[in-house]
Write a protein that binds this ligand. Sequence first.
Ligand SMILES: [Zn+2]
Length: 292
Amino acid sequence: MRAEELSWTHRSIQSPILNPGYRLERERLPIVQEVDRYLRETKGKYLPHQLEFGGRLALNAARNALVGTDGGSNYGIGASVMVVHNGIAALFEGENTMVTGTEEERLTGHAETNGLKGVMAYASGNQSKGPIDIVKLDVLKLPFDMGRSGTGIIMSGTLEPCPMCECVATNALAVTRGILGPDAVIRSVSSSVDGSIEGALNNGAAHALGQKATSSPNVWRSIQRGYFQGQNPPDFTPIQFSLLQTTPDPLQGFNPPGMYHRTEDKDLERLSSEIFTQTRQQVDEFLATGKK
Ligand SMILES: [Zn+2]
């Protein structure tokens, strides 16, 4: 029997929420209007060496993921990925595509994962979706310490990376070093936290930041620190997950070096969180039930 004869193959791909006026409806949501106003007012405000620059791009991607295409809408989560090499920054974006992607894309359609996959696809010759911008960067003005080479990837996200995206970012180190050189690093910066530990319960969907990071799988943590059994960790951590916030102690006392960056941009912090929390219910229900 050939695969084409299986009754479940070649099914048409349908967006779960079919409503031609849906995009307009989404654009009128107060949170989307607020984000649009923020994006208008901060156009050109930040330069690539400021962490808010990547955070703002990520918020724009979250907005586009939520508004979606006609007939479909995703989680309001976005990411930007800045590839820094030889003083040039190439900017990529990643939108959540959990609902509007193809069946295949829906399996892993998270913002950070999409952003990183886009970079790797482009690096390996797929030019169909390239960088959204390429800017010259003063190597003395990197957003933060990226080691001797000043080379690597800065991934900004509106929300703390989930375990899948944390794993993808962890796996991305070896690929990134193959492309950019042996000293390349990966830095993840989030504009909001996804849950906290309460007793034995993680009430969110992530364990990249704060005390939660200690419950991340030990093998991942070792790879993130750049060593494996029997070796000493290098003096420079290859992969770090961190938070960009206005509050002085957002991780409740658990702020190891490099895990927290301060910003004065209250709107970036609030909108990055609210564009997801205010609109997530419909997608949560779809993922839990599969019902359109
Ligand atoms: Zn994820």
